[in-house]
Design a binder for this molecule. Structure first.
Ligand code: NAD
Ligand code: LMR
Length: 352
């Protein structure tokens, strides 16, 4: 019995490794390691629940030549572990504030999953008091040591931490709106999974844009634009899918029952988004992902929508496209909450 189980696990691992090494895998498409330019990626919060699997996935990405893993504790072990994987990038671990500058220097992309996660009963905004200060100090260091890097903000509440980062960069004189991203890819990942399940279509071909922000009703999946089109979904189905996408984070927080929030699916989503940023930097055409960025597609200064990525980061913020009446309502309902979260971040960054 044990032998059969072991053989089955080994077969699964072999299949996963072979899928990852295939040039059609989303994390490998675009360049072979031989033709890709040198790119340094830094992960801040690398010893955490998201940081560790994200470090693994970035180590598997052939577009990365240097991987810097930074945390306030625990990075030497994570870095030693990940560094033994026989892929392109050189890995270095950095621990404690005095090593943060070295971790950041020369970075092309900085991914930030540093900070505390939710426990059941908490909103993402309940994390503000702790995470706002963490993000502020990390962004101050980014402005000093790698002001040209693309910043992928994962730390919650994203609706406030992205405006905080923007204000810190403005004060430092380094702000470039094309280079700051709130990572909302997990909302897209969830919307695709839930839609494929309900519509009974293969998930690999599914696309669903998700706009707005990254908390509760500010997460607005646009199922009217989902592809392939599903004719078997009722209005009630779309409402249920919307609610499940909006509550996806809470579903995981409750299932983990006090042991944190989404880490593995977030690491996957974070790796997909960072890979898209790297492809854009490398000049791969037509790289489009949803992200929470500085925006003028609504009256709000930051908004998540489809974004075309290029050699300088954001190349174009794409519009919302045609919305159903239900989505139009959702859009109007989310604006006051999103506006308040953005303003809270801006106020925090400027008062302390
Ligand atoms: N954007 C999203 O879709 C999304 C999804 C899931 C989680 N998150 C958020 O990501 C964050 C991290 O979640 P997690 O589950 O990995 O938490 P975690 O507690 O497991 O890990 C966080 C890590 O951050 C480190 N850290 C704390 N202060 C730091 C600092 N000043 N500098 C560097 N590192 C620091 C901790 O030492 C820890 O290793 C949370 O805020 C969570 O809400 C966002
Ligand atoms: O829900 C959380 O607190 C974490 C994250 O924002 C998520 O969407 O899973």
């Amino acid at each position: 019995m044990k032998g059969a189980m072991l053989r089955s696990i080994q077969a699964t691992l072999r299949r996963s490794a072979s899928a990852l090494s295939s040039s059609s895998h989303p994390l490998r498409r675009g360049f072979s390691s031989e033709s890709a330019p040198d790119r340094k990626v830094a992960v801040l919060g690398a010893a955490g629940g998201i940081g560790q699997p994200l470090a693994l996935l970035m180590k598997l990405n052939p577009l990365v030549s240097k991987l810097a893993l930074y945390d306030i504790a625990g990075t030497p072990g994570v870095a030693a572990d990940v560094s033994h994987i026989n892929t392109r990038s050189e890995v270095a671990g950095y621990m404690g504030e005095e090593q943060l500058g070295h971790a950041l220097e020369g970075s092309d992309v900085v991914i930030i999953p540093a900070g505390v996660p939710r426990k059941p009963g908490m909103t993402r905004d309940d994390l503000f008091n702790i995470n706002a200060s963490i993000v502020k100090s990390l962004c101050t260091a980014i402005a000093k040591y790698c002001p040209n890097a693309l910043v992928n903000m994962i730390s919650n509440p994203v609706n406030s931490t992205v405006p905080i980062a923007a204000e810190v960069f403005k004060k430092a004189g380094t702000y470039d709106e094309k280079k700051l991203f709130g990572v909302t890819t997990l909302d897209v990942v969830r919307a695709k999974t839930f839609y494929a399940g309900k519509a009974n279509v293969p998930v690999t071909g599914v696309d669903v844009p998700v706009v707005g922000g990254h908390a509760g009703i500010t997460i607005l999946p646009l199922f009217s634009q989902a592809t392939p089109k599903a004719n078997n979904l009722s209005d009630e189905d779309i409402k249920a899918l919307t609610k499940r996408t909006q509550d996806g984070g809470t579903e995981v927080v409750e299932a983990k029952a006090g042991k944190g929030s989404a880490t593995l699916s977030m690491a996957y989503a974070g790796a997909i988004f960072a890979d898209a940023c790297l492809k854009g930097l490398n000049g791969v055409p037509d790289v489009v992902e949803c992200s929470f960025v500085q925006s003028s597609i609504t009256e709000l200064p930051f908004f998540a929508s489809k974004v075309r990525l290029g050699k300088n980061g954001v190349e174009e913020v794409l519009g919302l496209g045609p919305l159903s009446d239900y989505e139009k309502q959702g859009l109007e309902s989310l604006k006051p909450e999103l506006k308040a979260s953005i303003e809270k971040g801006i106020k925090f960054a400027n008062q302390s």
